[in-house]
Design a protein around this ligand. Structure first.
Ligand SMILES: [Zn+2]
Ligand SMILES: [Zn+2]
Length: 423
């Protein structure tokens, strides 16, 4: 779509029914899950009932990622339920509620997630399957009853597992033509039926939709866990173009990441959603988050690392390397971290201002403005504004074009004058 085109997106709604998770299509598995006589696809909490492993022994539990790499390996001495709990605890933490069952006999159990998440950037990150193997059969201790903790609270029983679906995205072209687009088809080439112009979404716009979809899903899940059952979430926005956008709670992460990706030029625009995903983890240091991301999933080979000038003991997944632009590949270990840092400072400035918006009025009475705190005397902007006080609208939340600092690492904080109203 050309830069002048302004289109509105009506995103959603997401509707929760009462069947099961499904982010991407998985119709066949759905049907099987609801059939209690079909053991091939089961909810985790039903696994114990169909478990055929020897009752007691030494078990090896191996958890694999979707990439096929081993995520964790445990040796469990105890009951078959102990071994099972070890395997499915990881699945639960990964948000997987139901699995496909492969081999299921006295000596082994194989389970795997129902569908492969094809969104490349998360591939490998997620748990894919588990294998329990009996290494040594043992007699159960006769007098000790084997404790079998209840795996899940009653509120999460099968009947209330949520189902998520994304309805078609409604798009209105500048020419007035309305059209619908399936979420799964946002990468496809398309032409407006009204004006005949190319309306293929740009990588930035695709990332915008991905981020909005994940955000909507996050909101829906939070409401679900708070007890709501039929949930309808909508996201609506202009597609990202060249015009400046008003920052909101909903778009701040995307806009901050987009600015950082575009300004630094180290990460491809198609990976904006990856940066946004990292921003959700910003309680940890950006370096730790970026390193964990590079570490996850299939790695570049030793020779490929050598060719890319990456030291042999550094982590670099294929996906992380693929995210980098040619400029980013010049310093491949820093691209994600610098981009995340820059986006993180932007979000921090936004949050500081929002925090003040929510301050009670009696305290707001003492507010005089936002004070800049900067860290670079080499940067003309940072040097000029340090310690100065401005009003909300004047704060450069997105990095000021005059700031030459790589991560635009300046802060704003609400300045109070507690003597202000004393005559
Ligand atoms: Zn049109
Ligand atoms: Zn600066």
């Amino acid at each position: 779509m050309d830069a002048k085109t302004i289109e509105w997106i009506i995103f959603g709604p997401l509707i929760f029914g009462l069947i099961l998770i499904s982010w991407w299509a998985m119709g066949e598995s759905h049907k099987r899950l609801d059939d209690p006589n079909d053991d091939r696809t089961v909810y985790l909490n039903r696994l114990r009932q169909i478990l055929k492993l020897a009752p007691y022994g030494v078990f090896r539990v191996t958890i694999y990622r979707q990439s096929g790499n081993i995520h964790a390996e445990h040796q469990v001495t105890g009951s078959k339920e102990d071994a099972l709990n070890t395997a499915i605890a990881t699945f639960r933490r990964a948000g997987i509620d139901a699995v496909h069952v492969g081999a299921n006999n006295e000596t082994q159990l194989r389970i795997g997630r129902l569908y492969h998440d094809h969104r490349g950037r998360k591939e490998g990150k997620k748990i894919g399957k588990a294998h329990i193997a009996l290494e040594q059969r043992m007699e159960a201790p006769a007098s000790t009853p084997i404790p079998v903790p209840d795996l899940i609270p009653a509120t999460l029983m099968e009947a209330s597992e949520p189902s998520i679906s994304i309805q078609n995205i409604g798009i209105t072209c500048d020419c007035g033509q309305r059209s619908e687009l399936a979420f799964a088809a946002i990468r496809n080439e398309r032409v407006c039926e009204g004006c005949g112009k190319d309306a293929t979404l740009t990588p930035v716009q695709i990332a915008q939709l991905e981020v909005a979809a994940e955000d909507a899903q996050r909101e829906a899940m939070a409401r679900y866990h708070a007890g709501e059952t039929d949930i309808f979430v909508e996201r609506k926005s202009k597609l990202a173009g060249d015009e400046p956008t008003t920052l909101t709670d909903q778009n701040i992460k995307f806009e901050a990441a987009k600015e950082a990706v575009e300004h630094l030029g180290l990460i491809k625009s198609g990976a904006i959603a990856t940066i946004v995903g990292m921003m959700h983890g910003l309680a940890e240091h950006p370096r730790a988050i970026a390193t964990a991301y590079r570490k996850d999933g299939a790695q570049l080979s030793r020779d490929e690392k050598k060719a890319a000038h990456i030291r042999a003991n550094a982590f670099m997944s294929r996906q992380a390397y693929e995210d980098l632009t040619d400029k980013g590949k010049a310093n491949p270990l820093n691209g994600h971290e610098l981009t995340l840092l820059r986006a993180g400072f932007t979000e921090n400035r936004y949050r500081r201002i929002r925090l003040h918006d929510e301050t009670p009025d009696n305290i707001k009475d003492y507010f005089v403005g936002f004070e800049y705190q900067t860290h670079s005397s080499d940067c003309p902007f940072c040097k000029r504004v340090d310690g100065t006080i401005v009003q909300n609208a004047e704060v450069a939340i997105l990095p000021s074009p005059d700031c030459v600092c790589e991560t635009a690492n300046y802060f704003v904080s609400a300045k109070m004058d507690w003597l202000k109203n004393i005559a």
